[in-house]
Design a protein around this ligand. Structure first.
Ligand SMILES: *Cc1c(COP(=O)(O)O)cnc(C)c1O
Length: 359
């Protein structure tokens, strides 16, 4: 437009800004936010205490190397400290992986629909997104993804379970896929919802990465551990990938509050995993209720459910909002609904039932 405006990179044109889940409406009688896959439980008292203690020193920079957290994670997963890299949420780490591997002329392969951040961070890097449609059952089509790899491909995301469908790929098919990927292409297993999986055939990415130098596992404290607002996630990867992550990290990106809360959360794991168990029970209750109403619900292994509503997506999201729960619509495709507080899940179930009777 104006000739005097600063020159910005052409790649930024047309990149959508990341859309956060809508907040719960303020002022209404009841309003629950089921739009961002957050953990509905408040922070544990012990975790709060560690954050409060860290807050008394926030005039200081944090430990840039996240030493205590990195050591704790390395021990917990039985991996070398040099294989652990932390970042500002796992999205922050994913962006560092792109910075480390991909630029203009390179290609990044991922399933679609999948996590909304992938196209955004891929395009920011300047690389070209290659989106491979999910199967009709809303699952990653790993054969088609392997076929989509060219000599320009630098990175492949596998979101397991997939956001927003909740579906998974299992051990045999994932191993077969990894065997097909060239050794110089990085495969990122995004396991943001790992703790919600109850199917033993879904492999643990940390087991898969061990003898595969081109596999990197992404995990986060935002979902099961309930630290979404503190921004801390991590990768487990071989050298030199992990070393590249340390180079591309924003200096002091992970605050001391986040580091201390993450360490305290790992130590309070039994309690936190108990909460995850309750959410999994709620998930099963919600899925059973929806299916008994006649809905087709893909099997979900995460803390959300996916309803493929097509043209009725926006109308459904509006009905939910009216009833007091905010969900996440993907217009023309479907809605993703986070498993939240029991009362919120009840409102969602009731609304789904009424909506089904209307149409
Ligand atoms: C929520 C989510 C993340 C985690 O994001 P943070 O940046 O760690 O909060 C990563 N990947 C997927 C697929 C997600 O849904």
């Amino acid at each position: 437009m104006s000739e005097t405006s600063p020159k910005l990179r052409a790649e930024l044109e047309g990149i959508p800004t990341y859309k956060p889940g809508k907040p719960a409406a303020a002022g209404g009688p009841v309003a629950y936010k089921l739009s961002s896959n957050e953990n509905p439980y408040p922070p544990l008292p012990g975790v709060m205490e560690s954050v409060a203690a860290a807050a008394s020193a926030f005039n200081r920079y944090p430990d840039m190397a996240c030493t205590a957290l990195t050591n704790e994670l390395a021990e917990r997963f039985g991996v070398p400290v040099s294989h652990v890299a932390t970042g500002t949420g796992s999205v922050g780490v994913a962006q560092q992986l792109l910075q480390s591997t991909s630029g203009p002329g390179d290609e990044v392969v991922y399933a679609w629909r999948s996590f909304e951040a992938y196209p955004i961070i891929t395009r920011i890097s300047g690389a070209t997104p290659v989106q491979v449609p999910l199967t009709p059952g809303d699952v990653h089509d790993l054969d088609a993804m392997a076929d989509a790899i060219t000599d320009r491909t630098r990175l492949v995301f596998v979101c397991n379970p997939n956001n927003p469908t909740g579906t998974v790929v299992r051990r045999a098919e994932l191993e077969r896929f990894l065997d097909r990927v060239p050794r110089d292409v990085l495969v990122v297993l995004d396991e943001a919802y790992r703790e919600f999986i109850r199917d033993r055939e879904v492999p643990d990415g940390v087991a898969l990465y061990r003898d595969r130098p081109n596999v990197c596992v992404l995990r986060t404290f935002s979902k099961a551990y309930g630290l979404a607002g503190l921004r801390v996630g991590f990768a487990i990867a071989h050298e030199p990938v992990a070393a590249a992550l340390r180079k591309t990290a924003v200096p002091f990106g992970v605050s001391q509050l986040a580091q201390d809360a993450a360490v305290a959360s790992l130590r309070a794991e039994d309690e936190l995993i108990g909460r995850v168990g309750s959410l999994v029970c709620e998930r099963n209750r919600v899925v059973d209720a929806l299916r008994s109403q006649g809905w087709t619900v893909p099997e979900t292994h995460a803390n959300f459910v996916w309803l493929r509503l097509g043209e009725r997506t926006v109308a459904f999201a509006e009905a939910c909002q009216q009833a007091g729960v905010v969900v996440r619509p993907f217009p023309g495709e479907g809605v993703r609904v986070t498993i939240g507080e029991t009362e919120a899940n009840d409102i969602f179930i009731k609304t789904a039932e009424a909506f089904r009777r209307e149409v």
